[in-house]
Design a binder for this molecule. Structure first.
Ligand code: SF4
Ligand code: SF4
Length: 134
């Protein structure tokens, strides 16, 4: 089983199409919408995780192309040096998926599974302890 995290950008013609339903039905991929901003009758974008057989993920990308859905693949991982963190919370303000959150214990918590590697947190950290794994 392979996994991809993608940022999709739809034009207004695609917003009302059952794209997610088709992914599951036609290509047998599991989908997890991490964030979405879609206006009916207008443009939209979505951060989506898909899991399935490698060949089916390739077919899914071809399907997006056929619908003129633009996609960006997030491939790397984010590294957070927990031992140096001062728990200021700045990174949580920019994280679009709540992968970074402040807990009731006033400590930063990082949920790797929710991270889409958008890298917004890197510049938000005042002491530069977040980086990208290459
Ligand atoms: S890269 Fe940083 S800001 Fe983006 S989703 Fe991951 S933890 Fe959140
Ligand atoms: S911005 Fe940096 S120091 Fe502040 S909570 Fe996030 S990782 Fe820790």
């Amino acid at each position: 089983m392979s996994k991809l995290k993608l940022k999709l950008s739809f034009d207004k013609d695609c917003v009302t199409k059952p794209v997610i339903y088709e992914l599951v039905k036609k290509y047998d991929v599991m989908t997890n919408i991490l964030s979405a901003n879609i206006e009916y009758g207008n443009r939209g974008n979505m951060i989506l995780e898909i899991k399935g057989k490698e060949e089916n993920l390739s077919l899914t990308l071809e399907y997006f192309k056929s619908l003129n859905i633009k996609y960006e693949i997030y491939a790397e991982a984010i590294l957070w040096d927990e031992s140096k963190c001062i728990n200021c919370g700045s990174c949580t303000a920019v994280c679009p998926t709540q992968a970074l959150t402040m807990g009731k214990d006033d400590l930063l918590h990082f949920d790797k599974d929710k991270c889409v590697v958008c890298q917004l947190c890197i510049n938000a950290c005042p002491i530069r302890i977040i980086s990208v794994e290459l």
